[in-house]
Every structure is written in C-alpha cells, then in structure tokens.
Design a protein around this ligand. Structure first.
Ligand SMILES: NC(=O)c1ccc[n+]([C@@H]2O[C@H](COP(=O)([O-])OP(=O)(O)OC[C@H]3O[C@@H](n4cnc5c(N)ncnc54)[C@H](OP(=O)(O)O)[C@@H]3O)[C@@H](O)[C@H]2O)c1
Length: 237
C-alpha cells in the first residue's frame, strides 16, 4: 500500500461532514493539507483541532461561487506547499428540492455552478501544475444522485450528473498526463447536508476511510469509481 505521509492534499468542503472527517484522517496519515470551506468559524475550529504547523497547513474560507477566489486559493496552496499531489473536490450542497416543473431557475443555476463549474475553477490551476509535474490524483465526491433519478431532486441531480460527466472527461484527459481521476458516489451520509439526523446512513468517517483506502492503492492501480451506499438503501438498478 502506498504511504500518504507528506503527500500534499488540497481538499474542499473541509469544514463539515465528509470533508471534516477527511481532513482529520489525512492529517493523522501525515499529509500536508490545503483546506477550504465557506464558514470562517468552522474553519478556525478545524484548524485548532488539527494544530498543524503553518508549513503543513494552508486554510482559507471563501464561497466557491467566487471562482477567482477558488483559483487564487489553489495557486496559494501550490506555492505554499510546493505542489499538490492529491486534489479532493468534496464541497457541494443541495440548494433546494422541488419538482422540475417548479424549480426556481436561479437556485437551479446556483446548484450547477457550485456542484460543477466551481469544482472546475478550483481544479484547473491544480490540474495544470499536476500535468507539469508529471501526474497526480484527483478524487471527485459526486453522489449516487448522479446515477439514480429521484423525483423532487432535479437541481441537485442535474448538477451532480454534470460533475460526473466532467469527471469522466478529466479521467480521459488525465491518462496521458499521469493524472488519475476517481469518482466517488456516496449514498446517504449522516452529515449536516441533511436537515435531519440519519443514524442509519453512512458515517462521514466511513466515507473518509474509503477515500483513504483508494488513495493508498499503488500507483499502477487506477480506481475509476467507487459507489458506497448504506446497507439500508435500495436506490440502485
Ligand atoms: N450527505 C450525503 O448524504 C451525501 C451523499 C452523496 C454525496 N454527498 C456529497 O458529499 C459532499 C460533502 O457533503 P457532506 O455530506 O459532507 O455535507 P456538509 O456536511 O454540508 O458539508 C459540505 C461542505 O461543502 C462546503 N460548501 C457548501 N457550499 C459551499 C460554497 N458555496 N462555497 C464553499 N464551500 C461550500 C461546506 O462549507 P461550510 O460548512 O463552511 O458552509 C462544507 O464544508 C458534497 O459534495 C455532497 O453533495 C453527500
């Protein structure tokens, strides 16, 4: 198994749920981290818990709707950590449920932006640096929603399906560059993403464990996709 010690990881959505669990787990593996989230208070609390020296941690709170801020953070992470070996695009949200006939188009566009376009804005500078360095790993946290049609979930489903399509193209484009791209499709996870607690769903630490398992695979093994559902779910073909 490949060691993760001293690997430089850029992780979005680190302030909550799956991302927070990943940040703590990657720190315990000895990774150097570039972390972002939206809430400055939640980021400060995570930084305090991590207690890493500044040479091993770059952290910034900003809204991914600001693509310039996303690209600037990626640039900063690259210059302060020297490189990014692993990019984990985890930030995302469901900004509203409604039947497709009734979806508010502004909310629909905002979801497409956050769950797809903003992911690309953060990825582009890291991708170019990985290509110049001869390779890297990208893990995109998509959703089982991209693989199963659920009534009332049109905006979120369309945005994650767009991200899924982009992820497949990146996988193709990354191959000759030595960049491996993995799509992770979690089913229900018990995080603040959900309005109500779901103890029967996956724990965020379980998703983090699975992602770390993927990252520890030897370089010659390309993990394209991981679908990880709680055993209570049956939304699959
Ligand atoms: N929970 C599930 O059942 C589930 C299932 C499948 C896929 N997913 C996906 O897994 C990923 C992580 O979700 P989670 O369950 O861990 O949810 P979460 O606890 O709500 O965490 C979402 C993270 O994304 C960040 N974020 C949201 N909107 C943002 C914005 N506009 N700008 C910058 N950062 C933003 C949040 O930052 P702040 O907390 O600082 O606002 C937070 O760090 C998401 O992409 C989600 O779509 C979740």
């Amino acid at each position: 198994m490949a060691a993760l010690r001293d690997q430089a990881v850029l992780l979005s959505g680190a302030t909550s749920g799956i991302g927070r669990a990943l940040a703590l787990r990657l720190a315990s593996e000895g990774c150097r981290l570039a972390l972002c989230g939206r809430s400055p208070a939640k980021l400060a609390s995570l930084e305090a818990e991590l207690a890493l020296p500044s040479a091993r941690l770059v952290a910034r709170a900003f809204d991914l709707a600001d693509h310039t801020a996303a690209a600037a953070f990626a640039g900063d992470a690259l210059s302060r950590l020297g490189r990014v070996d692993i990019l984990i695009n985890n930030a995302g949200a469901n900004l509203g449920k409604a039947a497709a006939a009734d979806i508010d188009l502004a909310a629909f566009a905002a979801m497409l932006d956050l769950n797809c376009t903003a992911q690309l804005a953060l990825t582009q500078p890291v991708w170019r640096a990985m290509a110049a360095a001869g390779g890297g790993r990208v893990v995109n946290i998509v959703s089982s929603a991209a693989r199963f049609s659920t009534a009332g979930l049109g905006g979120y489903t369309a945005s994650k399906a767009a991200f899924d399509g982009l992820t497949g193209v990146l996988r193709r484009e990354g191959k000759p560059l030595g960049i491996q791209v993995t799509a992770v499709y979690p089913g229900g996870v018990d995080t603040p993403f959900r309005a109500q607690a779901r103890p029967d769903y996956l724990r965020p630490e379980t998703v983090a464990e699975a992602v770390v398992g993927l990252l520890r695979l030897p370089a010659g093994a390309a993990a394209h996709e991981l679908v990880l559902r709680p055993s209570v779910e049956d939304n699959f073909a």
